[in-house]
Design a protein. Structure first.
Length: 206
């Protein structure tokens, strides 16, 4: 198996989701942090023209995007039949949860960027209610949704993404997650996994 290079940021929830997959599935790889996120050179991002992370680089070149990377890592592992990727479970409740967690991730980034652009201005009026509503939905349905996932799974995209997204909101002080008790309980459980312990959020430095 050719060793892979995973390019991203230790402070990124999208990167953390992909890293959790690589570590939990035992796929050999090298993690290469992007140290300057202000760079406008696509080479800094593994050739991604959108100037985004994460990127997975292998013998076939760069692969862009968290979901694509998680799928590729799963295919390289020995546990494909026991990994649950997005859309693998044909239940609407699971599909809605997958959509909500991706919304939480993207909205969190929008709130961070709006604060960077205008530190003293309130965020666009729809962003925070939208984020809170998505979190409420996940909090109210997570126990039911987890019951719908295959019992013999070793990992699911949904679980890795929820953990990365919710813990990121606290790390970046985007939103108070304390009111979402079921999400907090889930994150406490997931945090004991090796992939979670090895990918704690931090800011990369040269």
């Amino acid at each position: 198996m050719t060793e892979l290079v995973l390019i991203g940021r230790s402070s990124s929830h999208f990167t953390r989701t992909a890293r959790i997959f690589a570590l939990e599935l035992g796929v050999p790889h090298t993690f290469r942090p992007v140290l300057d996120m202000t760079s406008q050179d696509s080479a800094s991002y593994g050739g991604n023209p959108a100037l985004k992370v994460p990127v997975l680089v292998d013998e076939d070149g760069p692969l862009f995007g968290t979901e694509n990377i998680c799928r590729a890592l799963t295919e390289r592992s020995r546990a494909r039949d026991r990994v649950v990727l997005r859309s693998d479970v044909g239940k609407r409740e699971v599909a809605n949860a997958e959509e909500m967690v991706l919304h939480v991730m993207s909205t969190g980034v929008s709130l961070i960027m709006s604060k960077i652009a205008a530190p003293d201005a309130p965020p666009p009026p729809k962003l925070m209610p939208s984020l809170q509503n998505a979190l409420l939905h996940l909090n109210g349905t997570i126990d039911q949704v987890l019951e719908l996932l295959p019992k013999d799974r070793v990992l699911s995209f949904l679980e890795a993404a929820i953990f990365a997204a919710v813990s990121h909101l606290s790390f970046r002080q985007v939103a108070d997650v304390a009111p979402y008790d079921r999400l907090a309980a889930f994150c406490d459980r997931f945090a004991t996994r090796e992939g979670a312990r090895q990918t704690e959020y931090r800011y990369d430095a040269a």
